[in-house]
Design a protein around this ligand. Structure first.
Ligand code: NAD
Length: 373
């Protein structure tokens, strides 16, 4: 006799997707910095140019001492948003030294400069991140010219190896830790409603939000808590992986516009805008909102995702208004126009009027509003 088994028809099928695995090597763990010499050898490098920001110069010099004769120079002129002239100076340095590999040690600014050089020469990058920006996992590189930041994708820009050493993040002040962490959460949030979303990237993104939401409040209170730092860096890696795997939407577009045209600080801009961009897209991306709410540990379900992000920020004492991070009200119209000028995917239709309202809310530091479908 055939036994009847109950078939559960109450499930959601898998929508079609394309997933491309990124070929990068990740070395994670406290003390990872010590592995830099052997990782350089794996890449076959003989003359390494170390790139960093002025703030991380000492760390760059310590690394150079560790690499010995293979370190050609420490170039510490990296700044945010990769101005074209900085990229040119870096390229000239790399060519003059005949460097065959670049180590970016520092935040996204250091990695950004290494990428701007590597896309021209094709030489490999070893990234040693010290913030949560996630740039080390992506093929995206940027350049800012005459107030416009352009971002492009190029496989040569993706670091071949990334060393995540949580010990390098304990020096990050609480304020930068919180905003840089929200930058990583933003990558996860937008990966969840990307038009290129896939089941595996969604798993990564949701886990990234969970790890960061759990660790960041502890990191802010106890910057040298290594367990919290490890969990936050793990979340940042997942954020970077999400960012590198799929295209982003409205939130990242607005951040590029504000960073490029108004030179606003990167991580803080992400922090202020994220709840507003999430709220704008909420009705059009209910599944993503459910995942965000779940990862934040919210009881309220999908509707609470945007406010949950804002509450996390409030609890950490991050900036909540564009005004507080240097934006001028006169720039809001121009920012909204710039954002709609270049078409890009977003789950909810974009209008200049809608974005102007969103930017006004963010400028004033209001809580995220509930947008109609
Ligand atoms: P950042 O690299 O400019 O660093 C901010 C400041 O913090 C700098 O002064 C730096 O010296 C300092 N700093 C870095 N690590 C520190 C540490 N551990 N302790 C103390 N101080 C430290 O900022 P960021 O937010 O990491 O990066 C922003 C840049 O990265 C922007 O240009 C952004 O566009 C780019 N980015 C690119 C991607 C991508 O995929 N291409 C992704 C994220 C960010």
């Amino acid at each position: 006799m055939v036994q009847e088994t109950a078939v559960n028809t109450q499930f959601v099928g898998i929508a079609p997707f394309i997933y491309e695995a990124a070929p990068s090597r990740v070395v994670f763990g406290v003390g990872g910095l010590e592995k830099a010499p052997e990782e350089i050898d794996r890449l076959g490098a003989k003359r390494v140019l170390i790139l960093t920001t002025p703030g991380r110069k000492k760390l760059g010099e310590e690394l150079a001492a560790r690499l010995g004769a293979k370190a050609a120079e420490v170039f510490s002129a990296a700044v945010m948003h990769v101005p074209a002239e900085t990229a040119e100076a870096g390229r000239a340095e790399a060519s003059g030294l005949q460097a065959d590999c670049y180590i970016a040690i520092g935040g996204g600014s250091a990695t950004g400069l290494a990428k701007a050089i590597a896309v021209v020469t094709g030489n490999p990058i070893l990234a040693i991140p010290t913030t949560y920006s996630g740039s080390e996992m992506t093929p995206t590189w940027g350049l800012t010219e005459r107030g416009i930041k352009k971002t492009m994708r190029d496989a040569r820009a993706r670091p071949k190896t990334a060393i995540y050493d949580p010990a390098l993040t304990t020096s990050m002040p609480a304020a930068l830790s919180a905003t840089s962490g929200m930058n990583a959460i933003a990558h996860c949030v937008e990966a969840l409603y990307s038009h290129e979303a896939s089941p595996i990237v969604s798993l990564i993104a949701e886990e990234g939000i969970r790890a960061l939401a759990k660790s960041l409040p502890v990191v802010v209170k106890e910057p040298s808590n290594m367990e919290a730092r490890s969990l936050a860096f793990y979340g940042a890696w997942l954020g970077g992986t999400s960012l590198g795997a799929v295209s982003m939407a409205l939130h990242h577009k607005l951040c590029h516009v504000l960073g490029g045209a108004f030179n606003l600080p990167h991580a803080e801009t992400h922090t202020v805008l994220l709840p507003h961009a999430t709220a704008y897209n909420a009705a059009a991306a209910p599944e993503a909102m459910k995942r965000i709410a779940r990862a934040l540990g919210l009881k309220g379900g999908a509707d609470s995702a945007a406010q949950g992000l804002r509450d996390l920020e409030s609890a950490m004492g991050t900036p909540l208004s564009l005004e507080s991070i240097g934006m001028k009200r006169e720039g809001l119209d121009h920012a909204a126009e710039l954002a709609v000028k270049t078409p890009f995917y977003n789950p909810r239709k974009l209008t200049t009027e809608g974005l102007r309202t969103l930017l006004e809310d963010a400028f004033e530091g209001r809580p995220p509003r509930s947008w109609p479908v």
